[in-house]
Write a protein that binds this ligand. Structure first.
Ligand code: AMP
Ligand code: MG
Length: 481
């Protein structure tokens, strides 16, 4: 019985400019910690007949599957606004696997050792952060938000040095591709139009074949990415997700969320929420995410200029107009998303006030973002006297009146339940499960993963997964862990 790999490595066939051919650096004692069997089956892969020892070798990169051809991809990026040459410094892409339904996915090992792009890094990753990426990326997928996925985590049997000595690990990341805004930036910086055209053609073939025959492919691609990224950030805002490091190298051309470093979900509603320890100015705060999305898209547009129009002035004019369509698109999509969260069908001139007044109240009263919507759906984890507040009660009356304007007032709850998660990955529960995993106890992580598989469903005995931490200590997250 074979696993079912079908590799077809198109990216590795591009010229040397785009990648370095390199194998994962073997690890001493690989041990499989977690395997996503559901995802494996979605990928038409079957690991059930492979013994754990062999599996650990495969999912650490110690034993490479037939047909794979591993590479580290080159890319650049604006990190906190500053342009830098980057590339896969601790990841290798072993190839593109094709599923039975003919979908193509990158199979990438993260934490697999040094590459030409490692700079001063060790090329490795620690167990806690890789499991954290596993939990949050899978939670995002269950929340119906486009994302890279996590197939497995393997301990390497080697320790790595961060502030303290930590257990090393490798994550198998699955993505519809790893092409980033930063990939275009890397190629554009080389100022060779034929290379840029190669990347454009490759990207369109892989992700947007519908524009293959269009008159202005570069412009169409820009418009499509604006749409995808706009939808993505609206989804993040919907569930209170804060990416934390929205550098242009962490923005995919597929529109999938990528790079789960310092990300976290917001508990108390505060638009300025930041978790990342290094984000001193709040560049990537919750409320700035749409602004930064537009900024990143503008960097993408700059890369495409030579392909948008031969006349540079004209290209700049077209690109600027296109990028400036972002705000209106975002505003419209955001309003509709908030209407969905509140169960509102149709449009009403006063919807915006209704929405903003609720958010202002939540901010002032330090209300929990997720649980406020649970309260409105009568699905609160525990009764909270905060919602007996007079201002809230009078807001609620306005909301109920607006619900009566719905064509079918009774359907509002269904709409709300499809848009408001009952449970999100709460920071303290993630930390608890990671601490246990570091002590070789995998039960808590299995439990949280199971609960987060069905974030919109009512589940019994999950109260402590729904409530925010009672600790007043600020939660902090870190890059490059
Ligand atoms: P990130 O903050 O995860 O988006 O990473 C930014 C860049 O740093 C990418 O080029 C990564 O490959 C690289 N990087 C992060 N951690 C390491 C590490 N431990 N060793 C080598 N490169 C790293
Ligand atoms: Mg990154």
């Amino acid at each position: 019985m074979t696993i079912g790999w079908h590799f077809n490595n198109t990216y590795s066939k591009l010229s040397n400019t785009f990648r370095e051919e390199i194998k994962p650096i073997p690890v001493t004692n690989p041990e499989l910690i977690i395997l996503n069997e559901k995802l494996a089956s979605e990928l038409s892969l079957n690991f059930s007949k492979i013994d754990k020892n062999e599996l650990s070798k495969i999912l650490s990169g110690n034993s490479l599957p037939k047909g794979s051809n591993s590479i580290a991809q080159a890319y650049a990026g604006h990190q906190f606004g500053h342009f830098t040459m980057l590339g896969d410094g601790r990841a290798v892409l072993i190839g593109e696997h094709t599923t039975k339904s003919n979908e193509k996915f990158d199979i990438q090992f993260k934490g697999s050792g040094k590459t030409a792009f490692s700079r001063n890094g060790d090329g490795r990753a620690a167990l806690g952060p890789m499991l954290r990426e596993y939990i949050i990326s899978e939670a995002m997928n269950a929340l119906n938000i486009p994302t890279t996925r996590s197939l497995a985590v393997v301990k390497t049997g080697e320790n790595i040095q961060r502030e303290t000595s930590l257990q090393g690990a490798i994550l198998t990341r699955i993505a519809s591709s790893h092409i980033r805004v930063g990939t275009f930036q890397y190629i554009a910086a080389r100022q060779k139009e034929n290379e840029l055209k190669t990347l454009l053609d490759y990207t369109i073939d892989r992700h947007y074949p519908e524009i293959k025959n269009s008159n202005n492919q570069a412009l169409d691609l820009l418009n499509l990415l604006i749409d995808r990224q706009c939808n993505l950030v609206v989804n993040w805002m919907r569930v209170g997700f804060i990416h934390g490091v929205m550098n242009t190298d962490n923005m995919t051309i597929s529109g999938e969320t990528i790079d789960y470093g310092p990300c976290a979900f917001m508990d108390t509603y505060d638009p300025k929420t930041v978790f990342s320890s290094i984000d001193q100015t709040g560049r990537y705060a919750y409320c700035n995410q749409p602004v930064i999305t537009k900024w990143n898209l503008a960097r993408f547009a700059e890369c495409l200029l030579p392909l948008i129009d031969k006349d540079k002035e004209k290209a700049i004019k077209i690109a600027t107009e296109t990028i400036n369509s972002f705000e209106k698109k975002y505003e419209e999509k955001w309003m509709n998303m908030m209407r969905d969260k509140l169960g509102l069908f149709g449009l009403d001139d006063k919807d915006k006030f209704l929405i903003l007044d609720l958010l202002t109240w939540m901010h002032e009263k330090k209300a929990d973002y997720t649980n406020t919507f649970c309260h409105l759906m009568n699905l609160e984890p525990t009764k909270n006297r905060l919602y007996e507040d007079n201002d809230f009660m009078s807001w609620k009356k306005r909301w109920e009146k607006r619900l009566l304007n719905n064509n079918s007032p009774k359907k509002y709850l269904e709409l709300m339940k499809n848009n408001n998660p009952i449970v999100i990955p709460r920071n303290h529960k993630i930390e608890e499960s990671l601490e246990a995993a570091n002590q070789n106890n995998l039960e808590p992580i299995k439990k949280i993963l199971k609960i987060l598989e069905k974030p919109y469903d009512e589940q019994t005995e999950i109260n402590d997964y729904q409530l925010p931490s009672s600790s007043t200590e600020k939660y902090q997250t870190f890059c490059g862990t």
